[in-house]
Design a protein around this ligand. Structure first.
Ligand SMILES: C[S@@+](CC[C@H](N)C(=O)[O-])C[C@H]1O[C@@H](n2cnc3c(N)ncnc32)[C@H](O)[C@@H]1O
Length: 288
């Protein structure tokens, strides 16, 4: 049964009819944890709804939580309130033939990016060098490494907890020969580890930070290559126009020749905001 329908069916038994409109349209699952973001209007019923959901989804789900804080920057990690079930916030999540150890209280992870990760992995060609500037616990890098022969992926994250989990995940998925986990600020790591001019492709999967690191992503490319640029677009009817306005000053300022190959809406994050990925083809100005 669709998740929204299941929630509405459970809530009909527990919540007065005038509050049913506040029941969320779905929930996210990461491993055996369900993240159910009930709004404040349903506070009085939150434990009952969560217990009912747990009863229905057990044993696949053992814990139901809700976000209790906005994402902390720069790690993009939330605090969570446990609504039902037991055990900690660490879990194993399976996706695209890979397995990820995740702790949602220590490092960012979203199962909603599964399609996007598979899409990007489908674009990578054998033999490529990839720089992933915002790698988290490693899902983009590891999905690529599992699918594509002979790749090298430099995987950077500034959160030490994400880095530790990424190192574990690289081992769990046996891709040590392809994924190189690196701890630190993406711009500093590119300089420190001499990742300038090495990449066929740069991934920037952090919509909050990508714009500030775009010039460094260009530096990281070989003479030409692709940048997958993520952003939260504030003009949902003109995603391409929004992206062009954001990236043009930086790419033109770097002296690059470039074009937008495509802009994809990953999901809507508010009535007038969309999480987007722009695939950019860039020819870097190479200094003699
Ligand atoms: C939205 S999460 C995406 C993580 C990962 N790509 C995924 O899909 O699970 C953004 C990640 O960027 C990391 N981050 C934020 N600022 C950073 C920086 N300056 N340098 C490197 N990583 C950074 C955060 O710690 C976080 O793990």
């Amino acid at each position: 049964m669709a998740r929204g329908r299941l929630l509405r069916e459970l809530a009909r038994e527990l919540v007065p009819s005038d509050l049913l409109r506040f029941v969320p349209k779905g929930f996210e699952t990461i491993g055996d944890i369900a993240i159910l973001n009930l709004p404040r209007e349903l506070d009085e019923y939150k434990f009952e709804i969560a217990r009912a959901l747990l009863r229905r989804l057990s044993p696949h789900i053992r814990l139901v939580v809700r976000r209790a804080s906005p994402a902390r920057d720069p790690e993009r990690v939330h605090e969570y309130e446990v609504l039902a079930g037991s055990g900690g916030l660490e879990t194993l999540h399976k996706e695209s033939g890979c397995i990820f150890k995740v702790d949602i209280s220590r490092a960012f992870f979203s199962s909603r990016l599964q399609y996007e990760r598979a899409r990007i992995a489908g674009l990578v060609r054998p033999g490529e060098v990839v720089v992933n500037m915002f790698a988290g616990v490693g899902p983009f890098s590891i999905v690529i490494a599992k699918r594509v022969p002979d790749v090298k992926i430099y995987s950077i994250d500034v959160n030490p907890e994400a880095y530790k989990l990424m190192v574990e995940n690289v081992k769990l998925n046996r891709v040590e020969d392809k994924v190189v986990p690196l701890l630190g600020d993406a711009a500093e790591v590119v300089d420190l580890y001499n990742l300038k001019g090495v990449a066929d492709r740069v991934l920037m999967p952090s919509p909050e930070h990508a714009i500030n690191y775009l010039a460094k992503a260009v530096e990281s490319l070989k003479a030409r290559g692709f940048i997958h640029y993520y952003d939260v677009a504030r003009r949902v009817k003109d995603l391409r126009g929004y992206v062009l306005e954001r990236v043009s000053p930086i790419l033109d300022g770097a002296g690059a020749r470039w074009r937008v190959e495509g802009v994809r809406e990953i999901r809507s994050v508010a009535p007038s905001k969309s999480y987007v990925c722009a695939d950019l083809y860039v020819e870097r100005k190479v200094m003699d």
